[in-house]
Ligand binder design. Structure first.
Ligand SMILES: Cc1cc2nc3c(=O)[nH]c(=O)nc-3n(C[C@H](O)[C@H](O)[C@H](O)COP(=O)(O)OP(=O)(O)OC[C@H]3O[C@@H](n4cnc5c(N)ncnc54)[C@H](O)[C@@H]3O)c2cc1C
Length: 432
C-alpha cells in the first residue's frame, strides 16, 4: 500500500559520463540535484524504483523544530527559510504552511522535559512556548483530554509529501538535471582510491563525484564497499482520512496519536507510541550502539521478529557489480501496515477530540525510516573513498530538514562555504 505521488516524467536515456551522480531519488537527493543544477553542475539522479517511492512520499509532512535535538536545530532553522522560498523556486504550491506544531504532555514530568528543551534552545530565540490546559482548549477546541499542558511552536510547519519531492524533481530537470527511474546503482568504479564512476544495472557511468542519498539502503550499499554506516530500520504506519471538519490547522502530537491537516482537507494520523522495530541481522551486528537512545525512546518501540528478518537475510550483503544487486530485488520497500496500531490511534484520538468520530479512512500505508544511534544524519565525505559523499540516516525527521540537508551535501561536494556548520553530521563521530 503506497500513498499517491504526483507524477514526474523522468528520463529514459543518460550520457556515459557526467561530473556528479546522485544515488537515490528521495527528497534529499532531489534537493541536492536542484541545488547543483542551479549552480551549473551537470548531474544525474539514479533511482532504483520511482521518485519519492520510499520515505519521501510516506512521511507525515511535519516540518518541526519542536523537541528537536539542539545539535540539529541550525539545519531545521535553515530549512524553514528554504521551505518558505520553495514554492517560488519550484513554481508550484507544495502545501507548505507555517501552521504550527503542538505536543501534548500527560503529566508534570513530560512538561518538565518540554521546559528543559525550551531552555536548551534559548539562544536561538524560537517562538516555542509552554501551554496550559486552558490554552490548549482555545487553540484546539472541542477536546476532552486531561492534559498537564503542552509545548507549541507557531513557526513550525507542514507540507505535502505527495507533492514536494515531485515538484523538486521537475524543477531540477528544468534546470538540466537528468533523473532516471528503475535504474539501480550496484556499486562504484574506483581508481587509485577515488571514485571514477558507478556501475548501474544499465551499464557504467563515468563521474568524478557520487552523492549517496539512498535512505535506508545506504547502509547496505556502503557495507558492500567495506564501510559501516550504522542505521537500523523502524516502521511507522499511517492513515489518511477523507476531507473532514477538524479541530485545528495545527499539527498535534499526543502520547499515542498524532494528527496533521492535509492540503485536501483530510488528516494524516499515526499511533505515535507504536513504532515497529523489525528485528534484522543488523540488530545483532550494531544494536549495542543504540543502547543509550533505547533508554529514552525505547518505550515507543514494538519489537517484531518475523518476516522482516527472513526478507532481510535473503538480500545479499556482498555482491559483485556484474550480478543483480539487492536494489533491483527490492525496487520499493513497502512494509505491511500495522492495522492494530492505527486502530489504537483512532481510539485514543476520538477519546481526546470526539470530532474524529466522523473520520473516514481513505488510505493506509507504512514506511521504514533509517535511524542512526544518535538520531542525526550523516552528511559527509567518506574518508576511505575520495569523491564519495553520503547524506543519509535522517532518523524519521528528514522531510522537514531536506531543503538544508540537500544543500549542505551540495556544498560539501563542491567545497563551497557550507550553509550551516556540518560538524554534527560527521561520519567519524561513530568511531568514538
Ligand atoms: C511513516 C513516516 C513518517 C515520517 N514522518 C516525517 C515527518 O513528519 N517529518 C519529517 O521531517 N520526516 C518524516 N519522516 C522521515 C522522512 O520521510 C525521511 O527522513 C526523508 O524522506 C528521507 O529522505 P531520503 O531522500 O533520505 O530517503 P528516501 O525518501 O527513502 O529516498 C532514498 C531513495 O534512494 C533510492 N535508492 C536507494 N539505494 C539505491 C541504489 N543503490 N540505486 C538507486 N536508488 C537507490 C531508494 O529507492 C529511495 O527512493 C517520516 C518517515 C516515514 C517512513
Amino acid at each position: 500500500m503506497a500513498p499517491h505521488i504526483a507524477p514526474v516524467q523522468t528520463c529514459e536515456d543518460f550520457p556515459s559520463s557526467v561530473p556528479v551522480v546522485i544515488i537515490g531519488g528521495g527528497i534529499v537527493g532531489l534537493v541536492a540535484a536542484l541545488t547543483l543544477s542551479e549552480r551549473g553542475i551537470p548531474v544525474i539522479v539514479l533511482e532504483k524504483g520511482v521518485v519519492a517511492g520510499e520515505q519521501s512520499s510516506r512521511n507525515q509532512g511535519w516540518i518541526r523544530k519542536t523537541s528537536r535535538a539542539p545539535a540539529d536545530m541550525p539545519l531545521a532553522v535553515a530549512s524553514d527559510r528554504l521551505w518558505a522560498r520553495l514554492p517560488q523556486k519550484v513554481g508550484t504550491d507544495v502545501g507548505y504552511r507555517e501552521a504550527g506544531i503542538l505536543f501534548l504532555a500527560r503529566n508534570e514530568a513530560e512538561m518538565e522535559a518540554h521546559e528543559a528543551w525550551i531552555h536548551s534552545v534559548e539562544p536561538l530565540d524560537l517562538d516555542s512556548r509552554l501551554l496550559t490546559p486552558g490554552e490548549i482548549d482555545r487553540l484546539v477546541p472541542g477536546g476532552r483530554g486531561n492534559w498537564a499542558g503542552g509545548i507549541y511552536t507557531p513557526s513550525d510547519g507542514r507540507a505535502e509529501p505527495s507533492l514536494a519531492a515531485s515538484a523538486i524533481a521537475r524543477a531540477a530537470m528544468a534546470m538540466g538535471a537528468i533523473i532516471v527511474e528503475n535504474c539501480a546503482v550496484r556499486s562504484l568504479v574506483r581508481s587509485a582510491g577515488r571514485v571514477t564512476g558507478v556501475v548501474t544495472e544499465r551499464g557504467e557511468i563515468g563521474c568524478d563525484t557520487v552523492l549517496l542519498a539512498g535512505g535506508l539502503w545506504s547502509r547496505r550499499f556502503l557495507g558492500n564497499l567495506g564501510i559501516d554506516l550504522p542505521t537500523l530500520p523502524l516502521t511507522v504506519s499511517v492513515a489518511r482520512t477523507v476531507p473532514m471538519d477538524g479541530p485545528t490547522e495545527i499539527a498535534v502530537g499526543g502520547p499515542d496519536f498524532s494528527f496533521r491537516k492535509r492540503a485536501d482537507g483530510g488528516f494524516v494520523i499515526t499511533q505515535r507510541s507504536a513504532i515497529k522495530a523489525p528485528i534484522t541481522f543488523d540488530h545483532l551486528l550494531i544494536g549495542r550502539k543504540y543502547l543509550s537512545s533505547l533508554r529514552s525512546q525505547g518505550r515507543y518501540l514494538r519489537l517484531a521478529f518475523g518476516r522482516d528478518f527472513i526478507d532481510d537475510l535473503t538480500l545479499p550483503r556482498r555482491w559483485k557489480s556484474g550480478r543483480i544487486s539487492p536494489f533491483e530485488r527490492m525496487r520499493i520497500k513497502d512494509p505491511a501496515v500495522d492495522e492494530g496500531a492505527i486502530h489504537e490511534a483512532f481510539v485514543a484520538l476520538r477519546a481526546a477530540w470526539p470530532i474524529f468520530d466522523d473520520a473516514e479512512i481513505a488510505e493506509l500505508w507504512a514506511g521504514t525510516v533509517d535511524v542512526t544511534p544518535d538520531s542525526l544524519p550523516v552528511i559527509d565525505q567518506v574518508s576511505e573513498i575520495a569523491g564519495l559523499i553520503v547524506c543519509s540516516g535522517f532518523s524519521g525527521h528528514g522531510f522537514g530538514t531536506a531543503p538544508a540537508a540537500g544543500e549542505l551535501a551540495a556544498d560539501i561536494l563542491m567545497g563551497s562555504t557550507p550553509i550551516i556548520d556540518p560538524k554534527p553530521y560527521r561520519f567519524s563521530r561513530f568511531e568514538r
